[in-house]
Each structure stands twice: as structure tokens, then as C-alpha cells.
Ligand binder design. Sequence first.
Ligand code: DX5
Ligand code: ZN
Length: 222
Amino acid sequence: MKSKVAVSIYVFNFLEVGNKIEELVQAGVDWIHVDIMDGNFVNNYALCQKFCQDIKAKYPNILIDAHLMCIEPQRYIESFANAKTDNFNFHYEAVTNKNEANILQIIQDIKANKMKAVIAINPETNPQVLKPFLDQVDGVMCMSIKPGFNGQQLNDMVYDNIIWLAEYKKVNNLNFFIQVDGGVRENTYLKLKQSGAEVLVVGAFVNVPNNELKTQINKIEN
Ligand code: DX5
Ligand code: ZN
């Protein structure tokens, strides 16, 4: 089964990240996952709108998947749209007012700003809370780790979350893509794909010498 690779550039040495992106593009990667952390929703900081904009300026055909680990993500919709972000990927847990109408409004605003709306959930969040939004979002991202830090081991709960979403999508004939982020490794990627993950965010998995990059990408995409 084919899946798509989205590379999390946060895992690379920042002094080398420009070269790394070039290597990734040469190897055929066309989704770049940019981790945004506000030091509040998670106990860490990372990246920003300017980063998305700078990548897009150099590589207009690359899809920028901004993963906002930020409280009240709706505050940033416009600025990420201005930075030419493609996917606005926000956490359900980070929205304080979880009223259905409020979350639907956020999704509408993202789309009105010409971005794809992707809603993310932590491994412990029951995906069924997303039911009211699944015919509206473009994608759902299942975290398989606690957000905020790369290099963690995958939490097994993610498999059931993916399986439930894949089944719900099929039964209801919906179009959202299913994405997974964190802990994609040699011993996890196959089961994630088999469970129904269509986009796999990879960090450590592709933090390899340039000549091994294609092999790693092929494992997921072919
Ligand atoms: C963590 C980030 C992930 C992370 C993935 O908060 O959302 O994108 O960088 O790294 P790996 O694939 O190494 O677990
Ligand atoms: Zn991420």
C-alpha cells in the first residue's frame, strides 16, 4: 500500500537544514512538515511562519504542512496563510472552547484563507470527538507521541485511533486524509500503513546519509 512521506525538518541540525531540504527535494520529497511550538501547549519552542515562507519562496512546489502545537491556533490562521502555508494543522486539544460551532468556525476560517484544514489529536484523545468535523476537514493527524519533542517511542494507542478513523471514513464515504506523526521507525511504519495511515510524518527515519534517503522514502511511498 502506498503512503505519502512528510519530512519533519525539526529533527535536523539547524545549521544544515537548508542543505537537508535540498537533498530531500532531490530525493523526491514534496511534503515538508514544519513543527511550530509555542512554549505553552508544549514545553518547547520551535519554528515559525517565516520558516514556512522561506521554504516556499525557494521551493514553490513543495507542500508546507505547518503543525501548530500552539494554544488557540485560530490566532495564527492569517499569518500562516500570508506565509504561503498549504496545510494548517492544529490540535483539537489546543482549542480552549471545544464547542462544536467554534471548531467548525476555525475550520471554515482556515479554508477561507485558502489553506487545507487538518485537525490533530494526541494519542490519548478518542478520535470520536472529531465526528462533527470529519466531513469538513481535509485531514486528520494522529499523534503517536506526546507532542513537543522528537525522538520518542510510539504510543500503541495510535493504531486503534487510525483504524477507527479509516473505518469511519470508509463507511461514511468521506475524503479526509489520515496522517500520523511521531515515532515512525523501522519497526512501526508497516503497521501504521496497514492500519490506514496515508501520510507519515518522518523525522529520525530520514535523518540518514544522503545516499540512504531514497531507500527510506521508498519504504513508505511504495
Ligand atoms: C514532535 C513533532 C514531530 C517530530 C517527529 O512534536 O510533532 O513532527 O519531529 O520526529 P520523529 O519522527 O523522529 O519521532
Ligand atoms: Zn509534528
